[in-house]
Design a protein around this ligand. Sequence first.
Ligand code: CA
Length: 248
Amino acid sequence: MLSNPRILIAEDESGIADTLQYVLRTDGFVPVWCATAAQAIVQFTAEPPALAILDVGLPDMNGFELFKRLQALPGGAQVPMLFLTARSDEIDRVVGLELGADDYIAKPFSPRELVARVRTILRRSGRGAQGAPAAAPPTPVPAPAAPVTPFALDLERMQIRYYGRLLELSRYEYGVLRLLVQRPGRVYTRDDLLRLVWDEASDSFDRTVDAHVKTLRAKLKAIAPEVDPIRTLRGTGYALNEDLPASA
Ligand code: CA
């Protein structure tokens, strides 16, 4: 029998934890609440959840550190993780994403949005809400070979090289391309990109994203006319093409 997906919640504020547990339970998930990072590590070790929601400000360890610890546990690398942060500033975003976390939610958050986000991440990771059998650990998947990529990312300088050539990018072009390059093959919807790259999604629109991808493509094409590194998924969004020639 398939059990409902377990969602680990590491959150020290009981009010927030109560809300999270309520909305997740209503939606058919099994929330497991931990008020400290130490408890979360114990729970995670006992049985890796389908997904973990980590508050960045925990009393005994920050959420980023906890993320690294959980990832290092058996099965930890396969568990999608979502940060919950009260500081929606750039640092939290960048740190969260550079760690490889799947997403983040800024407090205060809408419970419905959170559940929608959880569902999206589970679907993307193939652990749909119909339930990955929580008791049976997934068959170990050999780590995929790092794809050959013509992109070289320099996060400190906020620069990207393409086939050895430095790209002259606007701030938003850089933001979009950085996300795509960091997770080849992952599909980012226009909403994802607006939320993750633009400061204020409210005064931007889907076509803003499209316009930036268009100029980005023109810059890439100028360097390698035969190569099309950005895939468009009609009506959905964009992803970095995983099969790119090593030289152009
Ligand atoms: Ca907190």
